[in-house]
Design a protein around this ligand. Structure first.
Ligand code: OXT
Ligand code: ADP
Ligand code: MG
Length: 587
């Protein structure tokens, strides 16, 4: 039996003991991110995460605070593409969360790894729908739009929550993950040592997946028998960071290759085996196509139809396909895949290289000659167009300048959005290094511009050139303040043709309102950059554009060049006019 005197002594000893060191939800989230090398946060502060952003900066994380969550989300997504680590976007609840959600869905669609972390309101009030501040069931809303969605309710589960989010974002096919952190979690406390022990440093977050030997053999057998082989490189190939092996595969086989938009530069666009300038020739003509990290989605006309030599718009063109992809379910999604190679691109390409050895026969000379002939013809035609110097500038003449600047600065990052401003840039501006071209991707989404530009500068430290349609720029234009605030070396070039596609549309009703696609004429976009201390340039000639870009790259000062383009120069929807439904009934 314990007597009163003994109890008294124990109580006294306890009273004199050191107070236990404590931690809280704020610090556990920060420590978990840091432990996993996630040191940059793209965010918009507010309840309940304001203090979190302050503490993150105090803990020496890089905190890039935006003017709108969609741009912060786009920044996180492209940071994921560039680095292979999940980009972190942090938002407030309900409206902030929803603003970030478009970027999360876009990241998932494009296979970019990112984690959207949003604060959320009080669970018991939200679940009873009692009308809390910014009430919303965020977890349920996010779930169908991303790869995985998790909520952490207790401080001791933060380590597991962050670990699960990291693994879900980068393993297998990369994508977006939502992590719901209720406001109350941040102030929960626990004993510091127990908190530390609860954190997880994720080991091998994106494990290699070696392909089966029989899959490699099947692929090589098919490739060996090809008379007109073609390699198609997609942004998955760029993401995989297997640059040297991919180049070796292309060069050892001697097969012509076609880069998808964001795979440009994986091998320099000037490479003699590039068939980019003969796209509409090689797709229908090829007999065996090796897809590396590219889906047969709309951008490749679903692998069938007239683009591929099929008779009707849904007819198979007769090609055999080899497809390398980490997602087994991607196979046969549009047409039959004769040789699926499932695994990570690094492992798959390296296994193919081993099988190819050093004595692989080059493709038949007639095929290479036919591709070269078509390519040279198109390149010569393009050179002729680029040599012109019209007044006002058109897309070609302005892009001729951009082409020279990128050639002189191959390490610069190139961000690109718009319709004509996108399509002409893709075919005119050569890229020289991998993962330098960042654009609208699988959805053709407008609004990625300034978010991508900020993250490209932050993650790479290189100068960034953003070629923006004037409409496209408007979706994220306010972030020029962010660019100025963080002194980022970003040169935004707005291709100002007074509107969406072109600026000369008329109001069909004859009223005084502008047409839906037309903007204020001769808008002075450069003044937006000047308003925040950056450099504004108004360029009506090639010489002015060239000078503005050269100075921007040299000075690394935030710069916006308002490049005045002939308002009649663009076409409806750029190169995808055929996707725009036209009225069949005339009124
Ligand atoms: O072989 P052929 O003869 O065919 O020739 C091809 C190549 O061989 C050749 N080529 C070359 N020749 C010589 N030398 C070289 N080096 C060379 N390289 C290539 O050139 C041609 C073309 O080659 P390409 O491009 O490879 O081939 P092609 O056939 O075009 O490829 C097909 C595709 C499908 C792969 C390609 O076209 C593609 O990638 N397209 C992407 C299109 C896209 O995503 N567009 C953006 C969306 S448009 C629309 O949706 C817009 N909106 C609506 C909206 C959106 N999107 N988002 C949101 C959130 N809200 C609304 C809006 C509002 S665009 C838009 C704004 C537009 O206005 P802006 O002011 O911003 O822009 P402007 O138009 O400039 O005014
Ligand atoms: P593009 O638009 O350039 O054609 P897509 O986005 O359609 O490219 O395709 C990218 C593909 O790459 C996706 O199917 C994705 O699963 C795949 N992918 C991404 N990363 C890897 C990787 N490391 N290994 C294998 N496949 C990958
Ligand atoms: Mg425009």
């Amino acid at each position: 039996m314990t007597n009163i005197a003994e109890l008294d002594v124990r109580t006294k000893v306890q009273d004199q003991a050191e107070p236990q060191a404590m931690t809280d939800g704020f610090h556990l989230v920060l420590d978990a991110l840091k432990l996993n090398g996630l040191n940059t946060i793209y965010c918009v502060p507010g309840i309940p995460i304001t203090d979190f952003t302050r503490m993150a900066q105090a803990e020496r994380l890089r905190v890039i605070s935006f003017r709108h969550e969609q741009n912060a989300g786009n920044a996180a997504a492209i940071a994921g593409f560039i680095t292979g680590k999940p980009g972190i976007c942090l938002t407030v609840s309900a409206p902030g969360f929803l603003n970030g959600l478009t970027a999360l869905a876009n990241a998932t669609t494009n296979c970019f790894p990112m984690i959207l972390i949003s604060g959320s309101s009080e669970r018991e009030i939200v679940d009873l729908q009692q009308g809390d501040y910014e009430e919303m069931d965020q977890l349920a809303i996010a779930r169908p739009l991303c790869k995985a969605a998790f909520r952490v309710l207790h401080a001791e589960d933060i380590g597991v929550g962050i670990a699960r989010a990291i693994r879900a974002a980068v393993s297998g096919r990369p994508g977006g993950v939502y992590l719901d952190l209720p406001g109350k979690l941040f102030s929960q406390t626990m004993e510091a040592q127990a908190g530390k022990n609860s954190l997880i440093k994720v080991v091998d977050p994106a494990p290699r997946q070696a392909p089966a030997p029989e899959a490699i053999k099947r692929a090589l057998d098919l490739l060996k028998g090809a008379k007109k082989p073609l390699i198609l490189l997609g942004k998955g190939a760029a993401y995989a960071q297997a640059d040297a092996d991919i180049r070796a595969l292309v060069e050892k086989t001697g097969i012509p290759y076609l880069p998808m938009s964001m795979a440009k530069g994986l091998l320099p666009d000037t490479h003699e085996q590039s068939a980019a300038a003969a796209r509409s020739y090689v797709l229908p003509e090829a007999d065996v196509v090796l897809l590396i990290g590219a889906r047969l989605n709309w951008l490749l006309s679903h692998g069938k139809g007239k683009t591929w030599g099929g008779k009707g718009h849904k007819d198979w063109g007769g090609q055999k396909f080899i497809q390398i992809d980490i997602a087994a379910t991607e196979m046969d999604s549009n047409v039959r895949i004769d040789a699926p190679v499932v695994g990570d691109i690094g492992s798959c390409v390296s296994a193919l290289l081993t099988g190819i050895g050093n004595n692989w026969s080059k493709p038949p000379a007639e095929w290479l000659a036919a591709v070269a002939e078509r390519k040279n013809k198109n390149v010569a035609k393009m050179a002729e167009t680029l040599a012109r110097d019209p007044k006002p500038m058109n897309f070609h003449s302005a892009l001729n300048v951009v082409r020279d600047i990128v050639k002189a600065n191959p390490d610069a990052m190139l961000v690109n959005e718009g319709a004509n401003a996108l399509d002409f840039t893709r075919s005119i501006v050569d890229m020289y290094k991998p993962r330098k071209r960042l654009d609208v991707g699988t959805w053709g989404v407008m609004g990625i511009g300034m978010g991508f530009a900020v993250a490209a500068a932050v993650e790479s430290g290189q100068p960034v050139i953003a070629i923006e349609g004037d409409s496209a720029f408007g979706f994220s234009g306010m972030e020029v303040e962010t660019i100025c605030r963080y002194h980022l070396p970003v040169c935004v070039v707005v291709f100002n043709n007074n509107g969406v596609y072109h600026g000369n549309d008329k109001n069909l009703g004859g009223g005084t309102d502008a047409a839906p696609t037309a903007f204020v004429k001769d808008a002075r976009y450069e003044k937006m950059m000047e308003a925040f201390g950056g450099v504004g340039v108004y360029a009506t000639t090639q010489a002015e554009l060239r000078k503005g870009m050269e100075e921007a790259i040299k000075s690394r000062k935030p710069t916006l060049i308002n490049a005045i383009i002939d308002e009649t120069a663009g076409t409806e929807s750029g190169r995808i006019t055929s996707l725009n439904p036209a009225a069949t009934l005339k009124k």
